[in-house]
Write a protein that binds this ligand. Structure first.
Ligand SMILES: Cc1cc2nc3c(=O)[nH]c(=O)nc-3n(C[C@H](O)[C@H](O)[C@H](O)COP(=O)(O)OP(=O)(O)OC[C@H]3O[C@@H](n4cnc5c(N)ncnc54)[C@H](O)[C@@H]3O)c2cc1C
Length: 447
């Protein structure tokens, strides 16, 4: 079957599964035997609460990195959905008590968790809501609040678990729609599913990583304050990845520490299972890459992502638009095409500050010899006598190189670089009439 159609069908399947699991608690609510009827507004409020809770619990499945779920969409689409859906779930969950307060089904004073009159079920609900509010606030404003990523991630996990766990205790405490044993059993299954997901991400996956370590082979300085780290599987066969994909790297820590960082492969898939990442010094973790020595152990969880030429085997050519260290997945794809002696027309537009800061510049130059590849460097500070493009990757630059002929051809376009560059390029390509389905982006700034 056509690759794209297959992915669309897979995508639709998982959306239906998601919808079913989100609505399951409400469906169960309406199945007989039903408890005695109550006011519509109360039933409606409960339904919203159930849907919101199911969405929150399913967030753990979205971020558990199940490859089959992510493969039709790509990791960044799933994370984007994760972010947007959490806001919707939050809104539903906030409306749930408001609908009970307005017609005074419950007094607002029930929110006072310190009052001896407040029942435990309400205390659980309020605690869940506090955790959820903190979770959403920290996720939306992490950068303005200057919360360091690793610390944020730990709190994100704790608050999310607390929000869902207390909400489930609230449902148990209310005990209205789980009035018969089979409904209680179903609710227990939902809770076990949630705890199972926690076990999978926090225990099972780290354990698997511990059993499949990688040994550092080489750490090499690159242009643009970057380091290439080559690692080989230690005692196992390694992983099969598609060029352009990424993996989560753990170094200096055990996989149980949850201190991993995502990096694109910058190498082609190798027969010996070795992998290479090219990492720009940016913060606490990336600045330490140069401390790694041959024989050190690191852990690689992957591959992930949909950013790959291998998902478009029938393309007539490829265009790569990279800014800064966004060149890494492109170089992985170019090496792979060279390895396969693929002579389809390729265009690489590579923007950077100056020639000295263009990471993997020498490799790109060497690849020109082996591929049908045109490279356009766009330099902010060009050297004296530079004849090429200057400034940023603007509409003018794109129109000069992405000629109408290229637009007609069946080409796939890959973009990776700083967020402002990616947003600008995506906008221009849409204005130029490129089909959104042929334009693929990898955002290094997931959160
Ligand atoms: C799919 C993908 C592929 C990437 N590929 C590359 C690559 O090939 N080369 C490269 O140099 N960089 C790549 N990055 C970016 C890289 O992950 C971050 O630069 C790195 O994690 C920064 O960590 P730090 O502690 O050094 O910096 P910090 O100063 O702690 O973080 C800087 C920013 O990086 C992001 N970040 C930090 N830690 C994480 C984490 N654990 N998980 C997710 N995001 C994080 C946050 O947005 C943070 O604000 C990629 C990112 C993604 C999402």
């Amino acid at each position: 079957m056509n690759h794209r159609l297959n992915r669309i069908l897979q995508g639709i399947f998982w959306i239906l599964v998601y919808l079913f699991l989100t609505l399951l608690p409400v469906l169960v609510m309406f199945l007989p035997p039903r408890p005695p009827g109550r006011e519509f507004i109360r039933e409606f409020s409960v339904a919203l609460g159930f849907v919101g809770l199911a969405m929150m619990a399913l967030q753990f499945a979205l971020t558990a990195r199940f490859k089959t779920i992510k493969s039709p969409y790509g990791a960044d689409v799933v994370y984007h959905f994760h972010r947007q859906i959490s806001i919707l779930a939050f809104v539903l969950i906030v409306i749930h008590p408001i609908l009970l307060f307005v017609p005074q089904i419950h007094p607002v004073s029930i929110l006072n968790i310190f009052s001896p009159e407040t029942p435990w079920r309400a205390r659980f609900a309020v605690t869940s809501l506090i955790a959820l509010s903190a979770l959403i606030g920290m996720a939306l404003w992490r950068k303005p609040l200057k919360i360091e990523y690793t610390r944020w991630r730990i709190w994100h996990g704790i608050l999310a678990t607390a929000a869902v766990a207390f909400a489930m205790l609230h449902v148990l405490g209310v005990n209205w729609y789980i009035n018969v044993p089979w409904k209680r059993l179903l609710w227990a299954a939902y809770s076990i599913f949630f705890v199972g997901l926690l076990f999978y991400t926090r225990v099972w996956k780290p354990w698997q990583l511990l059993r499949t370590p990688y040994r550092v082979r080489e750490v090499k300085a690159e242009r643009g304050s970057s380091w290439s780290l080559v690692a080989e599987p230690a005692g196992h066969s390694g992983m099969q990845f598609q060029p352009g994909q990424f993996a989560w790297l753990t170094a200096f820590n055990s996989p149980f520490k949850d201190a991993e960082h995502p990096f694109s492969f910058s190498s082609a898939p190798a027969a010996d299972g070795s992998v290479r990442f090219t990492i720009k010094e940016l913060g606490d973790f990336t600045r330490r890459i140069k401390e790694l020595k041959p024989e050190d152990i690191v852990y690689v969880d992957g591959p992930y992502g949909a950013f790959s030429i291998d998902r478009h085997p029938h393309a007539r050519g490829f265009v790569f638009i990279a800014g800064g260290v966004g060149i890494t997945p492109m170089v992985s794809m170019l090496h792979t095409l060279a390895q396969r002696n693929d002579q389809r027309p390729l265009l690489l537009i590579y923007g950077g500050k100056d020639l000295e800061s263009l990471t993997l510049y020498d490799e790109v130059e060497a690849l020109k010899e082996r591929l049908n590849l045109t490279v356009v460097y766009v330099l902010e500070n060009p050297p004296d006598g530079w004849q090429g493009e200057t400034g940023y990757i603007t509409r003018e630059v794109l129109e000069r190189w992405l000629t109408p002929q290229r637009q007609k051809d069946q080409i796939e376009i890959f973009i990776c670089g700083p967020v402002p560059m990616m947003n600008a390029v995506e906008g221009v390509l849409a204005e130029m009439g490129f089909f959104a389905g042929d334009v693929h982006s990898e955002r290094f700034d997931l959160v």
